[in-house]
Design a protein around this ligand. Structure first.
Ligand code: GUN
Ligand code: FE
Length: 458
């Protein structure tokens, strides 16, 4: 699909978003004005005297995009944790614990990306697939191959998907197989540096659509020396950092045994915990970890679907949010079997409800439950949009002057979708239905920084 050329444009459509967690704002027939740089310049309400005049001005220049009844302009979705090379594995290989899954399925698959032709075809399909699901920003792990990781950055750039991308670093001889590991901490650091330089000087990337991330796979895959080097590189470059943190019983225990402290404390000691850090999972973080993550203002990528298969527990999401930790959602493709952040949003609600009620019916009710754990659909939507933006420290996820116009048009009339609206429904009920029933079939148009990056049929 060809990208539309970015020009100043206005969108006349009912806007729905959650600028504040738990609060839905609906602006009926809003006129959203967007600059050629992709930044929102103004949002005129229907009743504003300027709205009509501005709409006419944009219409006369053929730059007015109008949507109708049962169509809603929502912020694009933010996926804070995707393993790009695992796309071919989506929906299978979910039968082993994490540490065995990595060795049996995942490392052999990731090693294939030494082949750049394979990387090109998989990454093309992945980026197109995520855009079609409304994911306007993705935080990607690639593999340890520099050329294939550059290809992923090129594709995101060409197709205008906002992305934070990391060349994976992993050198530990005990945990990484000989066919898929960095030969030394020095090489891993040098290639990470090379990737950062590549992204920062990509043609067309002056606005920072694509950002590099320092990506130690997780502590078990990395030597102390590599983690120290990457911590110093993070300080030097100010780049994002992504890694896994306290994901499963095994992983949490492994780090405790090796480092004598939790993942969070160890990462902090290596200089890897900052405002730009994204910790995938964090299921087993304790009170001290929560305080540290909060103090460093790092973010957690909550991956509710993946957690079902690999984590052994449910994230205490409500507790983290109450403690002021930045949280967003991650698909964790392919440990999570869905490419849809809406799907992950509903599973975040479901997981929180299971945590609150408890799951073992043979346990007495008061023993099995964990009160005050639930989140609702509105909060899940906030996590999928604005929450992700805050956690990534990017001006996305909300329709607001100065923020990026990353958006999706949800069309409730799509016959292929499951979404059915009733004329008597209130906006808050419509948003609930979008979270519970919305999906690819309803996502008619997708925009990143004022470029249309996906559309289907009339
Ligand atoms: N921990 C280290 N690598 C991985 C991975 O690829 N997926 C998940 N879910 N956890 C990991
Ligand atoms: Fe992961």
């Amino acid at each position: 699909m060809s990208l539309s050329v970015a020009t100043e444009r206005a969108f006349l459509a009912t806007v729905m978003h959650t600028p504040v967690c738990g609060q839905l704002e609906v602006i009926p027939e809003a006129l959203t004005v967007v600059g050629p740089d992709g930044v929102i310049k103004a949002i005129h309400r229907r009743e504003s005297p300027l709205a009509e005049r501005e709409a006419q001005r944009f219409a006369a220049a053929n730059n007015l995009v109008t949507f109708g009844a049962d169509q809603y302009l929502l912020p694009g979705l933010v996926d804070m944790h995707v393993h790009a090379p695992q796309w071919p594995q989506l929906g299978k290989a979910l039968d082993l614990p994490l540490e065995e899954w990595l060795q049996a399925y995942t490392f052999p698959l990731e090693a294939r990306y030494a082949d750049t032709t394979y990387a090109q075809s998989v990454y093309e399909s992945l980026v197109g697939g995520l855009l079609a699901n409304g994911t306007t920003t993705a935080v990607y792990y690639a593999t340890l191959h520099l050329p294939a990781t550059q290809i992923l950055a090129d594709i995101c750039m060409r197709r205008s998907q906002r992305a934070v991308i990391g060349r994976v670093a992993m050198d530990d001889a005990q945990q990484c197989p000989p066919y898929y590991r960095d030969p030394s901490p020095r090489v891993a650091e040098a290639e990470t540096r090379a990737f950062i330089g590549y992204v920062r000087s990509m043609p067309g990337n002056q606005g920072g659509l694509i950002k590099p991330a320092i990506t130690p796979r997780f502590i078990p895959s990395c030597s102390d020396e590599l983690l120290r080097r990457l911590g110093a590189l993070a300080r030097e470059t100010g780049c994002h950092v992504q890694t896994h943190c306290s994901e499963s019983d095994w992983e949490h225990g492994y780090v405790l045994a090796r480092c004598g402290k939790t993942d969070t404390a160890a990462l902090d000691g290596f200089g890897l915990l900052s405002r730009r850090t994204i910790l995938a999972h964090g299921n087993f973080v304790g009170d001290d970890d929560i305080a540290l993550i909060r103090a460093r203002r790092a973010g957690i990528a909550h991956c509710p679907l993946s957690n079902v298969y690999f984590s052994d527990a449910i994230l205490p999401l409500q507790k983290l949010m109450q403690h002021g930790v930045n949280v967003g959602l991650g698909s964790d493709i392919a440990a999570g079997a869905s490419p849809s952040i809406l799907e992950n949003a509903r599973h975040a609600v479901i997981a929180s409800r299971l945590l609150e009620s408890g799951v073992n019916a043979e346990e007495e009710r008061l023993r099995r439950r964990r009160p005050d754990s639930r989140i609702d659909a509105l909060t899940a939507f906030w996590l999928a949009t604005a929450g992700g933006g805050v956690a990534l420290d990017l001006p996305i996820g909300v329709f607001k002057e100065g923020y990026q116009f990353d958006a999706m048009l949800v069309d409730a009339r799509s016959r292929a979708g499951n979404l059915r609206l009733d004329p008597y429904e209130r906006p808050a009920e419509i948003l609930q239905k979008i979270v519970y029933h919305g999906g690819r079939a309803n996502i008619r148009e997708v925009w990143v920084a004022n470029r249309r990056v996906h559309s289907f049929g009339p």
